[in-house]
Write a protein that binds this ligand. Structure first.
Ligand SMILES: Cc1ncc(COP(=O)(O)O)c(C=O)c1O
Length: 302
């Protein structure tokens, strides 16, 4: 199938009405990128889009990528592999492969080749020597980093920033920093705030600076809202996610979008945003992760 990436670029903007927003005289809209595509969600599609174009232009025959066993990136790549009929293989952080896990079961059903490796081997995923070995083993592979973060990814995310209506602050959750860097690259004047979902995320600041380049707009990484670290969340955070779904029809998961919204709520309560501020928060998808959390008994229903 020919890839026509421009067909998947529009997602709705949801305006949120809440007493807290009224009290602090700020407006909030959510860019619902979780609705960008039925299965290739959120920032995953933004990051994949130009990588698929680059892959098509290359002489490579397959895509090789990396991810944890519940990774949204693996899920999105597997979906893209099936939809666009692209052979894909993934190095999975193991050591074992639990194909009953809903993310990996889905990936396998899409035809993705899964290669479990030890955690020690997985740690080498960005090292040039390891990547050279992989290139020798899979000479026809276009190598896509974990989370899809590279220059092609930034271009797709910058496109989102350029498409947004007028606002003063733009928020996104931050894992590797590619989404924050892409939003900062696509912007000219506004402030972009990334909510780090992992502990001790200060090291990301230099990486995001290098990724976004000298022309990026003002951005900030907020490192105090990780709620225990990557993949961790408090019962209060999960209750907040469920309340947002009930009150605002806004589905959230507690690893990325929920953490960002919980941080946003706290910032508004603290009076961080001047009265009259227009805020846009990007819902980066990842709702497939809820199934994995349920599978591991970390949440009950959603
Ligand atoms: C749903 C979701 N939102 C946000 C992020 C964070 O994006 P980035 O790694 O570009 O910072 C991820 C992880 O890649 C994700 O899966």
């Amino acid at each position: 199938m020919a890839i026509v990436p421009n067909k998947i670029t529009l997602s709705p903007l949801q305006k949120v009405a809440d007493n807290l927003l009224q009290k602090h005289q700020v407006s909030l809209s959510i860019q619902r990128d979780d609705l960008l595509h039925p299965i290739i969600h959120g920032n995953k599609w933004r990051k994949l889009k130009y990588n698929l174009v680059l892959f098509n232009q290359s002489d490579k025959q397959e895509i090789l990528t990396f991810g944890g066993p519940f990774s949204n990136h693996i899920y999105a790549c597997a979906a893209a592999s099936k939809i666009f009929k692209l052979p894909m293989r993934a190095i999975i952080r193991g050591p074992e492969l639990d194909v009953s896990n809903p993310t990996l079961r889905f990936a396998k059903s899409c035809g993705m080749q899964l290669h479990p490796v030890s955690r020690i081997e997985y740690r080498q995923r960005n090292q040039s020597q390891y990547l050279e070995q992989l290139s020798k083993r899979y000479p026809n592979a276009y190598i896509l980093p974990e989370g899809g973060t590279n220059a092609g990814a930034l271009r797709g995310v910058a496109e989102l920033a350029n498409s947004l209506p007028e606002h003063d602050y733009l928020l996104c959750p931050t894992g590797s920093g590619g989404t924050l860097a892409g939003l900062a690259q696509g912007h000219t004047k506004k402030e972009v705030l990334g909510v780090a979902v992992l502990k001790n995320a200060h090291y990301l600041i230099n990486e995001i600076r290098a990724l976004s380049g000298p022309t990026a707009t003002k951005w900030q990484l907020l490192t105090d809202y990780h709620d225990g670290g990557y993949g961790r969340f408090s019962p209060e955070l999960w209750q907040f996610c469920q309340k947002m779904k009930r009150d605002h029809h806004l589905p959230l998961e507690p690893i990325y979008s929920g953490k960002m919204m919980y941080a946003l709520w706290q910032l508004i309560e603290q009076g961080y945003f001047p009265s009259g501020s227009k805020i846009i928060a990007v819902h980066t998808g990842g709702l497939q992760g809820l199934q994995g959390l349920k599978y591991r008994g970390l949440i009950n229903a959603y």
